[in-house]
Design a protein around this ligand. Sequence first.
Ligand code: 7GP
Length: 795
Amino acid sequence: MDNFATDIKKYLEKIFGNTIDEASERQIYQALMVITRDRLAEKRFESNKKLKESQQKRVYYMSMEFLVGKTLRNNLYNLGYEDEIKHFLAKHGFSLERIYNIEPDPGLGNGGLGRLASCYMDALTSNDYPIMGFSILYEFGIFKQVISDGWQQEYPDNWLDLGRYGLLYRNDEEIEVKFYGNTKEEWSSEGLHIRYEDYTAIKAEPYDLFISGYDSDTVNVLRLWKSKATGGFNMKLFEKGEYSKSLESEAIAESISKLLYPADDNDNGKALRIKQQYFFTSASLQQIVKNHYDTYMTLDNFAEKVVIHINDTHPSMCIPELMRILMDEYEYSWDKAWSITTKTFAYTNHTIMAEALEKWSVDLFQPILPRIYTIIREINNRFCKWCNDIGAAGELDEMSIIHNNVIRMANLCIVSSYSVNGVSMLHTEILKKDTFKSFNRIYPGKFINVTNGIAHRRWLGQANPELTRYLNKLLGVDFIKDLSSIDKLLEYQDDKAVLEDLENIKNIKKLQLAEYIKSSTAIKVDTNSIFDVQIKRLHEYKRQLLNALHIIYLYRMIKFNGLKPYPRTFIFSAKASSGYVMAKNIIKLICSISEIIEADPIVREYIKVVFLEDYRVSLAEKIIPAANVSEQISQAGKEASGTGNMKLMLNGAVTLGTMDGANVEIHNAVGQDNIFIFGLSSEEVEELFKNDYRAIDYYNNNQDIKETIDFMRTLDNGHTNFNYIADYLVSTDPYMCLADFESYKNTQKIVEDTYQDKGKWNKMSLVNIAKSGIFSADRATKEYVEKIWKIEKIK
Ligand code: 7GP
């Protein structure tokens, strides 16, 4: 540590010509980022040495998204330097907290899938497993959301400006990736050879982000590829007069790593997206194969030493890319290459929403990746033939990889991977019984479940130091090391003093959040009110609209029917994909309700609505510890798992939810009495859907619904009205908000009543914390290790 302080001083002198007392916060920030990175690089060298010696199997985690969150606090926390640096800086008049705030959130992802990838990298590193992540170095991450007059506005997120200090550029490991052109098949005495001509090559430059582990010697790497032109233009084409084509490399290179697509759960068939996907999978695969070959001088044992995990279908081009490398570059036969490939890949599915199952039209795909296309076509031909042989030809409409001139990437993944997993028990059952039922029949045992988990060190240890310190002292166990030991807290479920202490800690976190709310929205909230939180991407299926509708119901009842509910603060935070009109309208609705209530001296005494802009990891870290109620109200069967539900529970919020995703397992863990469940089950939703859900009947037959919707039509703050949304609710809403409204409303009333029984509520909250052990990412990744990857800790 002494060294660390010395290093800070030296860095400031060398780079800025300053002493520490002359330095600015910005300079201190840079010094801390760089020194921490270099420390991790040194540690990485040691753990890599062990890894090379042991020649053990490794996992490569492919994901278009990693929402790493701020890195500096996490790294100092993990390295155990945090307290000492805090004191050292304080001696010189600096606040470490303020320095942390300078770091931008690397927003290299949209939502759940991206954050999960980062939680897993953290957990695996803390548990000394050898894993390397691969993704894209997006110049612009997920947009910055600004709410202006209730409408979402998107601004570019130039995170590299300040975020780049954590990255290490590895110019020794650049790789070329090829697009377009033509393939020619050539037969010689040695067999078939593929000549790939007239392609456009671009450069992939690697930037490494080190991932630290808690109390561990291991440092893993997340490698982010940046696209670059190969240098100059294509002289030959230029001479032939094909000017624009000669500049192609530059144009493509410019665009590929430019920005993260801001749409999750849907893909709109963009050529750029195909290029992004191939760019990072090809660079990564070339790198992995080369490393393997350099170590073993053969690829015959590739599948014994390498597992490649595909985080949803976005990286699925890894599969044909490995086939290509094995056949075209290392002269493997199809059969040998296929045998290696199908033992190498494992695939996780994160959604059953039809619009998110990736499909590419052959016409779009083939010209961009001609060789990759021929390989996919051949995989499909052989798969279809095999289905014929085993009597499954009748199900090829569902299972073939290419269907009606469209490539179905999930099907490619299922056919080519040795393991497919869903992310909660319910989700996996739906995959097996419904979405992929024919596949499940022909590949018995291939589908398995691994329920998601979260990095509790970040979501409790760092986000809620007050609670962490208290529990540490109370329980005398290191639940930060091993979250399952937190169940010791159950012994205190009837201990009044403990329950009160927990309530006090919650109040401290609520006060901190209230200050943030005040500074960012100018709304003053009452910390005695129930903090009711719904934070996640804005999607119709997640039903922020159901929540909003209930608030409108309360508003009307307070204003016109003399209802005096226990005070509640409804807190929302959510980004909508930029092209998602309905989602943006729902944000506008929520913001309008907030405004209307603020302007009403009676209603605002009881309820308040707060929409916090720019939802991101660091904002979640502020909101989650302060929540009393965790809204997990998706239409049953639609939310694959959810992970916010776990983070909130871990911090003592009580779930109000449908029997969906991991809510089912939270319900199992805490028991009926410690959760508020409402609404239709996934089977009932299916049933109702088949029987033609008629929203209008709910409107006509339920007085509260009718009055609430009619009232919603009168809401109008100046220039906007919400007829459009009211119409949707009573007609086409496929997520059936009205079908669950009555049950939701009644359960909300139970929430309110229960909250007023402080003893009871505090006990529920305690049980939730105590039962959160199974939702640690340590447990989830252990299941990946044991059930899928079969890897060992670094020795
Ligand atoms: C999300 C799911 O919606 C969420 O339920 C789950 O907890 C999370 O993945 C992690 O498994 N899906 C995405 O974020 C996503 O982009 C499209 O899915 C492929």
